[in-house]
Structures are given as structure tokens and as C-alpha cells.
Design a protein around this ligand. Structure first.
Ligand code: HAM
Length: 463
């Protein structure tokens, strides 16, 4: 006998089934409504892009690009070609204690050359890079005003799966691209996000804001931080020790308990912002106050993507354990230029839909979503044509209707109506067909009424 494989969803991916899918649709629908009320419009970009687009924008040294992307060759190149490029370019060095045992020691230039030669693409780990690519490619800077765009869809990161962390996860994000970097824009995107969270009942949240400076003041701060970190190097873990050289800001992100005391003594960027950045951050806080938005300043909020300048923010929610960030965002002035476009300012955020939904579910504060309105309990083949006809009419009138495809015994029919959660059973037997009426039974209290076709919609709408 041949062995039969039990197929399972790939690790870190999952199926979203009813009734959860209705909750997801409601959440995404509400986001669209709220975002459109702020005059944002939807952009849909491809699910995979040039690998180097992410390397350039998110940053080669970030966890996302250096170890979490799903990358594959396209066009002429085959996997064998890629392996050849990799072998020609990468020198494998065993790193003691590293989980994979081996790590590539490629310079940024070598990596870019290797990727180019293989025409590699990656499943998008985030969408800001794609939106900026589209903005440049489609000449959107020539359109009037700022471009206010939102997107909804799956992202892919090869992270270690756990509660609230998946390899295919979903984001709802928004980006503003244009000539202005007014702090009012930063405040408005944050306001929009919180209006959405309020509307969906995600209220046990905390908003953290920070400014990480610009290309004038940040490099000086990073050097200062690096100097200070070198002094305490021996007291830090392996990851932080490596980051002192590659990206010292990321050390501030560390969650290791033994590093917290040391981090608390490090210089803070807020004391090293240039005048323009300090002014921008102060105005952002004024704009948030103007909108009655409560926030906490968090000088350690540096975010895990390289493109940020000035404003960064994050929202955490309850009920999520360690993966409690439901939204992250910030300003990325200069990213458009970095990717070959004209001088442009940018800011945006992305909500982790999986986590937002989890938090809503944990709070128990679930919306009442429409379900099955009517179960057509028809009996007798001679009644079947009338059942088909009334099902069509009620569906046209906007009701959700279940029509059993085969005749069922009366009791079984009503039992199924109940199990499916129908509000009403529409009973259709010989008597009803003969008299041209319908018996409508409300399943919650078994109240029964004989009604004409014309009276049905009103009764169904009433409760
Ligand atoms: P991010 O902080 O990497 O930012 O992701 C935003 C949100 O996506 C996180 O706060 C989290 O809720 C969710 N998320 C991230 N990774 C996972 C995962 N593996 N499983 C489940 N949820 C996850 C960005 O992606 C930026 N593009 C945001 C942005 C837009 N900045 C400016 N514009």
C-alpha cells in the first residue's frame, strides 16, 4: 500500500476560517472606511519584488533582510545558477555558538553583485519599499498634493513562529508621500490609526513616540553611542556585541533582562537632536495634544528598519504576550531619493492585522456581525419551485438565505436551521403553497407568523 501524506499548512502559515474570517473582513472593511474618510486611497503592489529593493530600503544589516526573507530566482537564473553565484561570492565562516553554525561574510557590495547576477526576488517582508518603488516608477510625485495611500495584504518573514508571530502575516498600512514634512502629517496618520482602533474596540493600547533624528544629527549620536557601548562591551550579549559595530541603535531594542540596566545609562538621542529635529518633535507633540491623543515618549524606540528618520512610533496592545506591537511606523524622508526618485518626504505605519484581531478576540469585545437570516425549510417536491423562487427574492433583497438542496424531514430541517445559527426558518409546505403564504418562525423564541411575500422583508428586518 502506498503511504499517504497528510498535508499540513506550512509552519508559520495558517488558515483563517469562518467565523474568524468574518471578523477579519469587518476589521479590514472598517480600516478602509476610516482611511478613506481621511482621504487615503488604496494601492495594490505585487507580492514579490527585486530582492535588492528591500536590501536598499529596509537595510542589508537588518534582521528582516539578512535572515528573514523568502528569496528565489526568476527569469533565466535557476537555483543552481544562484548556488554558483553564492559559492563564488560567499566565504563561509563557522561562527561559534551561532544557531545555524555557519554565516555568510559578504560585504554589501558582494551581496548586491550576487543578487544582481541571479535576478533574485523576495516575497515582500513589508510594503513601504514597494509603495516607494511604485511612487517613483509611476511618476506619482507629479500628481497634485501629497499621495495618501493605504494597502491591505499578506507579508512574509521567516521568523520563529509563536503566538502573534507568523511567517505569512497580514498588514494594513498607510503611507503619505509628498513635498511636506509638516508634523501635522505625522499627527494625522497617528490620529487615523487611533480612530480605527477606537472604532474596532481596540482601546487597551499604548502609543509610544520618539524621534531618531536625521542624517545631520543621527550619525554623531550613533558614534557617541558606539563609543559608550564599546566601554561596556563585555557585559553585553553576543547579539548586542555584534550590533555595536553593525547597527548600535538596535542595541536599544534589546529585551535581554541582563542588558536593561546598562542600556538605561546610555546617552539618549533626545539630548543630541539637531535644532530642526528637536523643533519637529516638539511640534509633533503639540499636534498630538491638539488632537487629544495620549502618548508616551520612549527614547529606545528605534525600530528594526533602516529607512526611518525623525518620528518613530509604535502601538502596543494587551492580551498578546511578548509580541505585543500591533502597529509600527515612522517618517522616512530621503527613502525616495535613496531609491532613485526626486526629493520627497514620507511617513507611514503598518498594523499587524493578525495581532490586532488576536487582541480584539482576547478582550472578548467582539462585534455583532451579520449571520444567516433565513433557512428555507421546504417540504414536498411540489413546494420546491416556490422555495427556489422565494430564496432568490430574499437574497435579492439583501438577506443571507440557506436553501437545502434536498428535501429534509421537518424536524431535521429546523434542527439544522438552529445549528447554523439562522435567525428565522421560513416554513414552506403544501398548506403554504396552496394559500400563497409563508410561515416565518423566529428561532430565538419560536414565535411563528403567517405572512404574505410582501410582508416578509419588513418582518425580517425588524429583528
Ligand atoms: P514593522 O514594525 O516591521 O513595520 O511591522 C509592522 C507591524 O506588523 C508590527 O507592529 C506587527 O504588528 C506586524 N508584524 C510584523 N512582523 C510580524 C510577524 N512575523 N507576524 C505577525 N505580525 C507581524 C513595517 O513593516 C513598516 N513597513 C511600517 C511602516 C510603514 N513604516 C512606515 N510606513
Amino acid at each position: 500500500m502506498s503511504e499517504r501524506k497528510q498535508f499540513r499548512a506550512i509552519r508559520g502559515t495558517r488558515d483563517i476560517l469562518p467565523p474568524d474570517s468574518a471578523l477579519w473582513n469587518w476589521f479590514e472593511r472598517t480600516a478602509r472606511e476610516v482611511f478613506e474618510s481621511f482621504n487615503f486611497r488604496e494601492i495594490r503592489t505585487p507580492i514579490f519584488e527585486d530582492t535588492s529593493l528591500f536590501a536598499r530600503s529596509v537595510g542589508e544589516e537588518t534582521d528582516i533582510v539578512s535572515k528573514e526573507m523568502f528569496t528565489f530566482p526568476t527569469g533565466e537564473a535557476s537555483m543552481t545558477d544562484v548556488m554558483e553565484v553564492v559559492h563564488e561570492n560567499i566565504e563561509f565562516q563557522p561562527i561559534p555558538g551561532a544557531s545555524q553554525g555557519k554565516q555568510a561574510s559578504l560585504s554589501a557590495d558582494e551581496m548586491t553583485a550576487a543578487i544582481k547576477a541571479a535576478s533574485l526576488v523576495s516575497l515582500r517582508p513589508e510594503a513601504t519599499a514597494s509603495v516607494v518603488r511604485a511612487y517613483i516608477e509611476r511618476g506619482m510625485h507629479a500628481l497634485p498634493g501629497s499621495q495618501k495611500l493605504y494597502y491591505v495584504g499578506p507579508m512574509f518573514r521567516r521568523e520563529r513562529p509563536q503566538k502573534g508571530r507568523y511567517r505569512q502575516f497580514y498588514q494594513i498600512g498607510a503611507e503619505v508621500l509628498g513635498p511636506s514634512d509638516a508634523p501635522a502629517i505625522d499627527a494625522e496618520v497617528i490620529e487615523m490609526l487611533l480612530v480605527l482602533f477606537n472604532r474596532v474596540g481596540l482601546t487597551r493600547t499604548t502609543l509610544y513616540v520618539n524621534s531618531i533624528g536625521c542624517k545631520e544629527c543621527r550619525p554623531k549620536y550613533v558614534e557617541l553611542l558606539r563609543d559608550e557601548l564599546r566601554k561596556v562591551r563585555d557585559r553585553l550579549g553576543a547579539d548586542s556585541q555584534r550590533r555595536i559595530e553593525t547597527n548600535p541603535l538596535r542595541v536599544l531594542d534589546s529585551k535581554l533582562p541582563e542588558e536593561q540596566e546598562i542600556i538605561a545609562t546610555l546617552p539618549r538621542i533626545s539630548d543630541h537632536l539637531c535644532d530642526a529635529c528637536r523643533d519637529h518633535f516638539a511640534k509633533l507633540k503639540d499636534e498630538l495634544n491638539l488632537r487629544g491623543i495620549a502618548y508616551q515618549e520612549n527614547w529606545r524606540l528605534v525600530r528594526g528598519l533602516d529607512y526611518y528618520t525623525r518620528t518613530t512610533f509604535e502601538v502596543t496592545a494587551e492580551g498578546l504576550g511578548s509580541q505585543n506591537a500591533v502597529c509600527g511606523g515612522g517618517r522616512y524622508d530621503g527613502l525616495v531619493e535613496l531609491l532613485g526618485g526626486p526629493p520627497t518626504k514620507g511617513i507611514g505605519f503598518a498594523i499587524g492585522t493578525d495581532r490586532a484581531i488576536l487582541s480584539i478576540q482576547e478582550s472578548g469585545n467582539l462585534p455583532k456581525l451579520p449571520g444567516l437570516d433565513v433557512f428555507v425549510a421546504w417540504m414536498g417536491t411540489e413546494c420546491y419551485p416556490a422555495a427556489v423562487a422565494i430564496a432568490r427574492k430574499l437574497r435579492d433583497a439583501g438577506f443571507a438565505v440557506e436553501l437545502p438542496p434536498e428535501e429534509m424531514k421537518f424536524k431535521k430541517s429546523l434542527g439544522l436551521a438552529d445549528k447554523l445559527g439562522a435567525r428565522y426558518a421560513l416554513i414552506l409546505g403544501e398548506d403554504e403553497v396552496a394559500s400563497g403564504t409563508y410561515t416565518l418562525k423566529r428561532l430565538a423564541d419560536a414565535e411563528q407568523k403567517k405572512l404574505t411575500e410582501g410582508e416578509l422583508p419588513e418582518q425580517l428586518r425588524s429583528g
